[in-house]
Structures are given as C-alpha cells and as structure tokens.
Design a protein around this ligand. Structure first.
Ligand code: NAD
Length: 475
C-alpha cells in the first residue's frame, strides 16, 4: 500500500505511526499517511517561519510566476489527481452535471491561475505638499490551512494559493479522511517552491488542535463544521490569530409560483445532489409554493429514482457513496426522524445493499421547520421539500436557521426574485441558480456559517494586514 509522505522544509517525512485511507466505494484501505503529533507541527511551523522573510521579500511578479508554475504542476498531474480524489472521496470522475473529480482538479487549476493574476495595489489616500499617505497590504507570516473531506484538493488550493500569492508561507493539514490528493500535490509543488514555503502535516483532530493553539502561526484558514470552527476560534485567541472560517451551511431555495416546475426540477436536483449532497453550498431545504408542490415533488422523486449511483470510477456514475460511515449514519438518523415526524419518503430512504457507504437519493415531503431534517445540515443525498403559501412565510422559514451560507430564489421574473433574494440572510444569494461560485466573486458565510470570505481581491486581502505609511514631505 502506498504511503504518502508529509513535507516539511522541502523534504519528505514518513513516521512509523500510520493512518489508512479508505475508499468509500469499497470500505477498503488503498493508501496510508503518517499520523503526526505536536512535534511535527513544531517542525513545520519552524520551517515556514524560516522561509517567510525571503518569500515575503520576493518581487510580486516572482510570486505571481510561482503560482502560475503551480497551476502547470496541477495541470500536468490532472489524471493522477482525479483518480486520487475519486478514490479518497468516492465522488465520480465526472458525475451528475459534470460535478466530480474532473471538476475538482479543473477547478483547482482555474482558481490557481485566477489567483496568480490578482493583485492588491497600493492605495493613496492623500498626496499633497504636506504629506503622502499610502495603504499597503503586507503578508501576515505563517498561514495554517485545515481542510475537510468533501472537496479536499479544491479547498486546499483555495487556501494555499491566495496565502502564497500574498507573500505568506503555509502549513496545511488535510482531513485525515482525505489526505492523499493534497499530499501528492504538495509533493509536486515542493519540486518548484523554495523549501519551507509549503509544508504538509497529516493527522486528525489532535494535530488540528495543536495548529489552532500554536503561537508561531499568524492566521488559520479553516473549512469544516461549525463546531470545529468554534473550537479553533477559541484556541486561536492565545496569539490573536487572524481567521477565515468557512463553516456549515443549510441553504434554502424558494420556488415562486410563476415558474414551470418541470423546467427547473433537473437544476434543483443537481443543486441538491451533486457530490451526493456533500457540498457546503448544496441546496439543503427546498421551499415550494403550494400550487407547484405536488408536481415538483413528483419530478424530483423521478430524478432521484433514475440517478445512477455507483463506484465513482465506473463510466456513467452520477452519484457515489457517502464519504464516511459517520456521515451515512447522520443521513440515516435524519431520515428516521423525518419518518417519525410524518414525513413522506417519495424516493429512496434506504442504504444500498453493496459494500461501501451508499445511500439511495432520497426526497422527503410533508416536513417543515422544526424537523431535524430541515433544521440541521444533512450533508448527504436526502432533500426535504417544504410547502409554503405566501412569500413572507417562505422568507421567514428560510431565515429561521443559525446558518447563513447561501440561498436562492427561482422565478420567471428575475427582478422580483432578486428583491426576495436580497432579504435572505446569507453570504451568497442566487437567482435561478444555486451554489454557483467563481474565482473573482467573494464567497463566505454569515451567522454561524463563518467569518470572512474567499476568492477575488476580497479573499486575497484576508491574507494580508494593512500598513498605513505616512510620508511627511518635510522633516
Ligand atoms: P470537521 O470540522 O469535522 O473537520 C474539518 C477539519 O478539521 C479536519 O481536517 C479535521 O481533522 C480538523 N479538526 C477536527 N477537530 C479539530 C480541532 N479541535 N481543532 C482543529 N482542527 C480540527 O468537518 P468535516 O466533517 O471534514 O467537513 C464537513 C463540514 O464542512 C460541513 O459542515 C460543511 O458544510 C463544511 N464545509 C464548509 C464549506 C464552506 O466553504 N463554508 C466548504 C466545505 C465544507
């Protein structure tokens, strides 16, 4: 079994303590990584600190070129990285609506190129006979990235690239469930970056906790669950680490009565079920006007029954397994609770009788807020469809959540839908689409879904602090 090394100070490091990596389509191990401890975190932080001054002092154009070289590294390794992403996450190579490992690696390349092209020019707020005042963006120092298991490589790239582009050095700890594609990328990246600029430590929650409390780290960028985000925020207080927290979502979509349910059903289905529902900004609660409710529920149930579920490496697979048995258990418990509360399972509602962590795509009607399937993030292939009678009620129900990542409104009248979308309490609001992200548009959560944004110049700025430089023209 292949063991993927950690990288510290430009050198591979493998420990005797190992953790196996499971293919969720089979339940069997296919690779292993080292299980680090606080000692390896110390070594990686020290390496990143040593590498920081030279990386910071490079010309901006040299860092831009380095990030472009990383895009080329990703591109050259695309088939291998796609295979690793499918093996460790279970997501299909292509998948429903082409959302799969190809999109993950392709997105990683696109985001890397787009981030290379970003810059944060000096702003001048005053320039007269008396003084010139400039606002500079300076890198923070050592940035630690902690990633989840649902889009492991893409999220790693979202963290690493702006951090490096802005002049920081990086330590990344991928999810212990999906460390392999990230480990392979870091290995390839270390062939083109100076030693210590990008370091990798593998391990579980204890390693994450050691990072969160480490005094040698200046910022943490974390994507994962809200509970872990709270723990990181508490531990980060010791040295006032800067934080970007991209946390859980429970996105609502509201369908207005003027839209044809048959037309939008496939788009809604893809928004809810791509990557088997295991995307932070998947559609997770669907509010439908009573006049369209039965037709839309039936159309979604048909789509759920006809979706091709299987091993992500097989041609034609649209949906893979859940990534891990704990998430499968969450989905099973939410389905059981919905049934107990009078929910009607229109499609699915059961595991598949095969090895691995497969669950049939599931549509549940007859539930509303107050049922755990609606109130909690399911992060799996089960969608509650909720009826409403008037739009103010729908908006109230959509906003009745501690989360605030994304939300959408579907209508033939985009201007009216945009007015309704503006009333949703979420960081990204969409009209006639859901979960649509791109490298130049900021993305982040409000309420318990996070702090800060990623992507574009707003995201890049989060890897810097402001230095105000006032130059008096005469002593
Ligand atoms: P998780 O919080 O369980 O784990 C995420 C990472 O945190 C892992 O690397 C884990 O090892 C580490 N970790 C665990 N305990 C830690 C601790 N005490 N201190 C520091 N690190 C610790 O999340 P997950 O189950 O891997 O991911 C699923 C969650 O991520 C969902 O809630 C999903 O909505 C969210 N998510 C959010 C976004 C977004 O952009 N907002 C994107 C993807 C996923």
């Amino acid at each position: 079994m292949q063991v993927y090394p950690m990288y510290i100070d430009g050198r591979p490091l493998t420990l005797s303590a190992r953790r196996e990596v499971i293919n969720p389509a089979t339940g069997e191990a296919f690779a292993a990584v080292s299980e680090a401890g606080a000692a390896e975190v110390d070594l990686a932080v020290a390496a990143a600190r040593r590498a920081f001054p030279a990386w910071r002092d490079l010309a901006d154009s040299a860092r831009e070129q380095a990030v472009i070289r990383l895009a080329e590294v990703l591109e050259a390794a695309m088939p291998e990285l796609m295979e690793l992403v499918t093996l460790e996450t279970g997501k299909p190579l292509h998948g429903l609506n082409q959302v799969g490992a190809g999109m993950e690696v392709g997105g990683a390349i696109a985001w890397t190129r787009a981030t290379a092209a970003l810059s944060l020019p000096v702003e001048v707020v005053q320039d007269n006979a008396e003084a010139r005042i400039e606002i500079h963006r300076r890198p923070l120092g050592v940035v630690a990235s902690i990633t989840p298991w649902n889009w492991p490589l893409m999220i790693a790239i979202w963290h690493i690239m702006p951090a490096l582009r802005a002049g920081n050095t990086v330590l990344i700890k991928p999810s212990e469930l999906t460390p392999v594609a990230t480990a392979r990328f870091v290995e390839l990246a270390n062939a083109v970056l100076p030693p210590g600029v990008l370091n990798l430590v593998t391990g579980g929650a204890e390693v994450g906790a050691a990072i969160a409390s480490h005094a040698g780290i200046d910022k943490i960028v974390f994507t994962g669950s809200t509970n872990t985000g709270r723990r990181i925020m508490a531990s980060a207080a010791g040295n006032l680490k800067r934080l970007t927290l991209e946390l859980g979502g429970n996105d609502a979509a509201i369908v207005l009565p003027d839209v044809d349910p048959q037309t939008i059903a496939p788009q809604l289905f893809a928004a809810a079920f791509h990557n088997n529902g295991q995307t932070c900004a998947c559609l997770k609660r669907l509010y439908v006007h009573r006049s369209q409710y039965d037709t839309l529920c039936a159309a979604l149930a048909d789509l759920a029954r006809s979706a091709v579920v299987g091993d992500g490496r097989a041609a034609g697979t649209e949906l893979g397994p859940l990534q891990n048995p704990a998430q499968l258990a969450v989905v099973e418990a939410l389905a059981a609770d919905a049934r107990a509360q009078g929910g009607v399972v229109l499609a699915g509602g059961h595991r598949l009788a095969r090895p691995g962590y497969f669950y049939a795509p599931t549509i549940v009607s007859g539930v509303s807020n107050g049922c755990s399937l609606v109130d909690e993030e399911q992060f799996g292939p089960i969608l509650p469809v909720i009826v409403y009678d008037d739009i103010d009620e729908a908006i109230r129900l959509a906003n009745d959540s501690p989360n605030g990542l994304g939300g959408s409104v579907w209508s033939d009248d985009p201007a009216r839908a945009a007015e309704i979308a503006a009333r949703l309490e979420c960081g990204s609001a969409w009209v006639n689409t859901h979960g649509a992200i791109q490298p130049d548009a900021p993305f982040g959560g409000v309420k318990q879904s996070g702090i800060g944004v990623e992507f574009g110049v707003h995201g890049l700025a989060e890897y810097t602090s402001i230095q105000t430089l006032k130059i008096m023209k005469k002593p």
